[in-house]
Design a protein around this ligand. Structure first.
Ligand SMILES: [Mg+2]
Length: 199
């Protein structure tokens, strides 16, 4: 191939567009044993207490905040797939954005976790629920503002809410207890979701 031809081909080669992916933190990027509690809590909320709308309790007093932080301190392990995520970001396939509805008082712990795992540089942006909005509405707002191609979330109530209100592909990370619930894009852990979206 002569030089001019090679330059022509290089110039006209299709530029692969980066896949813009938003990721929830607890239960998606970090593995949380607490996730298993969510289904019973959801069932009690719906069937015993008769609460049908999506609404999340927000801790207010300092004792509530301390207990809440303690509960989330169990999100200690990086989820299966964080290495693949770093790799996809490195090779330019994916642009990753962390969107967590963790309340403002939990930001320090999140920062420490990201530094400890050496994961801060994986994310182009890190958005925390600073104004303590309802998690589903906060995520809807961020997803729409950033026009993510995909958003990966583990809370089914939030998944269903976002799937019906945004144009973004919402991927659900299910757990042992709710794996039987039908949903078109459901995955057992982050790695499987990333393999699907990155082809
Ligand atoms: Mg979550």
């Amino acid at each position: 191939m002569n030089k001019r031809c090679a330059i022509f081909l290089w110039y006209h080669a299709p530029v692969k567009k980066k896949i813009i992916v938003g990721l929830d933190f607890d239960g998606v990027v970090a593995y949380s044993p607490l996730r298993l509690l969510r289904l019973p809590v959801a069932v009690i909320k719906r069937n015993v207490l008769g609460i049908r709308e999506t609404h999340f309790w927000i801790p207010k007093s300092s004792l509530e905040k301390r207990l809440w932080s303690l509960a989330f301190s169990t999100s200690v392990f990086p989820a299966r797939g964080t290495e693949l995520l770093a790799q996809l970001v490195d090779d330019g396939t994916v642009e990753a954005h962390l969107v967590t509805a963790r309340f403002s008082f939990m930001q320090d712990e999140l920062d420490r976790w990201l530094d400890r795992q050496g994961m801060r540089q994986v994310f182009t942006s890190i958005t925390v629920n600073k104004k303590n909005e309802q998690p589903h509405r906060f995520k809807e707002r961020i997803i729409k503002a950033n026009r993510f191609d995909y958003f990966v979330e583990d809370n089914l109530d939030i998944v269903q809410y976002l799937a019906s209100r945004t144009k973004t592909n919402i991927f659900w990370i299910y757990n042992l207890l709710d794996h039987f619930i039908p949903y078109p894009n459901k995955f057992p852990y982050l790695k499987k979701a990333l393999q699907e979206l990155a082809g």
